[in-house]
Design a protein around this ligand. Structure first.
Ligand code: AMP
Length: 115
């Protein structure tokens, strides 16, 4: 990868953002532009996978670790149930090509994300 991703720069402390939870190979931050009452991002510490398809093919255990971390941060937020979204490709709204999952919970109807 030619350029260090924004999430790696956050992990390295080069860009300010609170790491709200982490595991050996993944970490979670609050999305800077939340679209739901709870909107967190769970991110592998490696930036070698650009999207969830590459991650699933290359390291399924790391994908499972991400899902587990998503469950933990959703539980800690008090919301319990959550939506897990991997935007995959620019046409689907992906803007950062270091795989990450959006963890969204709270009143998703109120946030315009019902259905
Ligand atoms: P995506 O569009 O699926 O690639 O998601 C990228 C997400 O990263 C967006 O929801 C952005 O709001 C979020 N984001 C971008 N920069 C930061 C940052 N410095 N701290 C936290 N979240 C960020």
């Amino acid at each position: 990868m030619s350029e260090t991703s924004i999430f790696t720069r956050i992990l390295n402390g080069e860009i300010p953002s609170e790491i709200v939870a982490e595991t050996e190979n993944a970490f979670a931050i609050r999305d800077v532009a939340p679209k739901a009452p709870v909107h967190l991002l769970v991110i592998p510490k490696t930036e070698q996978y650009r999207n969830v398809v590459e991650l699933a093919a290359g390291d399924p255990d790391l994908l499972a670790e991400l899902v587990g971390l998503a469950n933990a941060v959703a539980a800690e937020s008090g919301a319990g149930d959550f939506r897990l979204v991997f935007n995959t490709g620019p046409g689907a709204g992906q803007t950062v090509f270091h795989v990450h999952a959006h963890v969204m919970s709270g009143d998703l109807d109120e946030a315009g994300l019902g259905g």
